[in-house]
Design a protein around this ligand. Structure first.
Ligand code: SAM
Ligand code: SF4
Length: 354
């Protein structure tokens, strides 16, 4: 095997060179001119909740434990990605805080430097373990947090996540609010007949925690393949509801970010809407995904993946850089959810990494 000679976990001032790779060090530009700067790293497909839009209640087919990337393997991929211009690692899952060595993962990723300087480490979490883990994560170098909360009602939360753990999520959000990590974002999937009467309450809750609520249109990524377009609350409906309560002023300078942001009554508080289905932002997409079992994906909705495990475990002579670039080259112009030929990926969101 032609390995990628990286020095693991060592603070550096310059990016790692990748000898032998013709494009080594060049930016990750796809066939449509999109430059990739954001790598979502899924640390596990396991979770402490069972959100209906993400996982089945029972019978989930878990990834084989032997296929889950070790921390050394994750760091190896991350170093090559940073050398190619990735500037943010977002840790996700499943629930990233279930990874036993999470502080070590954060600490090793936070020490990686790319051509533009240190890479930022962010995390999307359900918040449940934050009260215990947050101080250690901040000390390890965690820069930003997104925490998911879809309802403030305990019974609803129980039905929606199949777990009675709303108080723990709220404690996690309180811990994040009390920390210095900013901007703090709260994610909520808007669902008809489930939480669409709570949108303004969720925004109020976020504002009292010095956070931005970001509403996400529900996407066809549930493991049970039960997504129903008619049940999806659209961007337009979300904005109409919010506009009944606040004056919404668009925040300029979106710069390809997935969330369209608005000042609430002139600010400084803001709200965001991520309209992945009705107003896709694929033209500006700068993301790649690494699943917990070592598959590179160039889109949430990809039906094909680029397998890094053989490279990482010595049975494929291609370098990590070469597989990364093949993944970027294979990226389609858009996700085509709205196309009649759209096929939902086989993996549920928990195994892709949101
Ligand atoms: N467990 C963590 C959490 O819930 O924040 C991280 C993983 S979760 C897959 C990441 C984000 O994806 C969450 O904000 C969740 O609400 C969102 N998500 C999951 N399934 C979704 C779907 N079908 N449509 C839209 N968003 C979804
Ligand atoms: Fe778990 Fe997050 Fe999926 Fe909910 S959305 S089941 S918290 S991975």
């Amino acid at each position: 095997m032609v390995g990628v000679p990286v020095v693991l976990g060592v603070r550096r001032s310059a990016p790692v060179p990748v000898p032998g790779a013709p494009d080594a060090g060049a930016a990750l530009v796809d066939g449509y001119g999109r430059v990739h700067r954001d790598l979502r790293i899924s640390l596990t497909d396991r979770c402490s909740l069972r959100c209906t839009y993400c996982m089945p209640e029972q019978g989930n087919e878990w990834l084989a434990r032997s296929s889950i990337l070790t921390t050394d393997e994750i760091v190896r991929v991350a170093e090559v990605a940073a050398a190619a211009g990735i500037t943010t690692f977002r840790l996700t899952g499943g629930e990233p805080l279930l990874r036993a060595d999470i502080a070590d993962v954060v600490s090793r990723l936070a020490r990686i430097t790319g051509p533009g300087g240190p890479v930022q480490v962010a995390m999307t979490t359900n918040g449940i373990r934050l009260p215990d883990l947050l101080p250690g994560l901040i000390a390890a170098g965690l820069a930003r947090l997104n925490i998911s909360i879809d309802t403030l009602d305990r019974d609803r939360f129980h039905r929606l996540t199949r777990r009675d753990r709303l108080d723990e999520v709220r404690a996690g959000i309180a811990a994040a609010a009390a920390s210095g990590l900013r901007p703090l974002k709260l994610n909520a999937v808007a669902m008809r007949g489930i939480n669409d009467d709570e949108l303004c309450d969720l925004v109020d809750y976020a504002v009292t925690h010095d956070a931005e609520l970001r509403f996400i249109e529900q996407m066809p990524l549930d493991a049970g393949h039960t997504w129903d377009r008619d049940a999806m609350v659209t961007r337009e409906e979300i904005l109409a509801t919010l506009a009944g309560r606040w004056d919404l002023t668009p925040v300029p300078g979106r710069h390809g970010a997935p969330a369209e942001r608005f000042l609430l009554d002139g600010g400084p508080a803001t709200v965001g809407v991520i309209a992945s289905v009705t107003a896709p932002f694929c033209g500006d997409c700068d993301r790649l995904r690494l699943t917990a079992d070592g598959q590179l994906r160039n889109c949430l909705f990809s039906t094909s993946e680029y397998d890094l495990l053989p490279t990482l475990r010595g049975t494929d002579s291609r370098t990590v850089d070469a597989v990364l670039r093949a993944c970027v080259r294979g990226k389609l112009p858009g996700h085509a959810i709205n196309d009649p030929s759209f096929l939902q990926p086989a993996r549920g969101m928990n195994a892709i990494g949101g």
